[in-house]
Design a protein around this ligand. Structure first.
Ligand code: 0L1
Ligand code: MG
Length: 253
């Protein structure tokens, strides 16, 4: 099967909200091919009029990399259709088996077309906000190989961004809580994101350049999860609360 055909299987799974068998059970493909399938998958969305609005990073904690037996981050693309307004509503029926995780989101200030050093990262970022990522594997039982999840746009499904704040140089000591129905269900500090969330800017710039993804000023950069993800249920009221940055939230119907 061609990359386009494989991508269309995943695109249909997302549109129908019906998970499919892992591609790797019947097809052998490497990481580069997985990213090529991801590009085709996004092309399906662009054909329907969606627009690229940013990048998300996955496996930003060492524990998760070890669990998957990999030594690099993975990344996916965000589109305008995935953005849920802060305080808005998500319909469970639009997703296969969605989970949510609290993150930080950066807003880029300049076009980024090469790997940035940590020293340079600050001048490329306009602001930072509390955020929530909704991940939804298009594979049955949320099970996949590394190549499977990359092809599936790293489980990207939706995201919510709170109020923007000046991005101060030290973002490593912020408590980040995931609150569901007024209860804190997950909590950690922002250091859980690569030890320093600013490193997400460096890695996103490296990966965008490596895979030829334009990363223009005004893009979102979801920095990676600070805690584990939890499954969503109808009726849930979900918030990310980040010390000094405030909250982002949505409800589930
Ligand atoms: O955003 C993430 O960290 C998740 C990346 C994909 C793996 C998963 O679905 O858990
Ligand atoms: Mg995430």
């Amino acid at each position: 099967m061609t990359n386009d055909t494989l991508a269309r299987i995943l695109d249909k799974a997302a549109l129908d909200a019906q998970p499919v068998a892992q591609l790797s059970l019947t097809h052998t493909f490497d990481e580069n091919t997985a990213y090529a399938i991801q590009e085709e998958l996004l092309a399906c969305r662009y054909e329907r009029g969606e627009q690229f609005v940013g990048i998300k990073l996955g496996f930003t904690s060492e524990a998760k990399m070890k669990q998957m037996g990999v030594n690099d981050l993975i990344w996916g693309r965000l589109t305008n259709r995935m953005l849920i307004e802060n305080g808005g509503t998500l319909s469970l029926s639009d997703f296969c088996h969605p989970r949510v995780e609290p993150e930080l989101c950066f807003l880029t200030k300049k076009d980024i077309d090469r790997e940035l050093s940590l020293d340079e990262a600050h001048e490329y970022i306009e602001a930072v906000a509390p955020a929530l990522e909704i991940i939804d594997s298009r594979y049955k039982d949320f099970k996949f190989s590394l190549e499977d999840v990359i092809a599936d746009n790293c489980s990207s499904a939706a995201f919510v961004v709170g109020e923007w704040h000046d991005a101060v140089p030290d973002l490593s000591h912020l408590t980040i809580e995931l609150i569901v129905n007024h209860k804190v269900v997950e909590s950690d500090t922002s250091a859980a994101i690569l030890g320093n969330p600013w490193l997400s800017v460096c890695h996103a710039s490296r990966l965008a350049a490596k895979y030829g993804q334009e990363f223009p000023a005004g893009s979102y950069l979801m920095a990676g999860a600070a805690t584990g993800a939890v499954y969503l249920q109808a009726g849930d009221l979900v918030k990310a609360r980040v010390r000094l940055l405030g909250e982002a939230g949505f409800s589930v119907e």
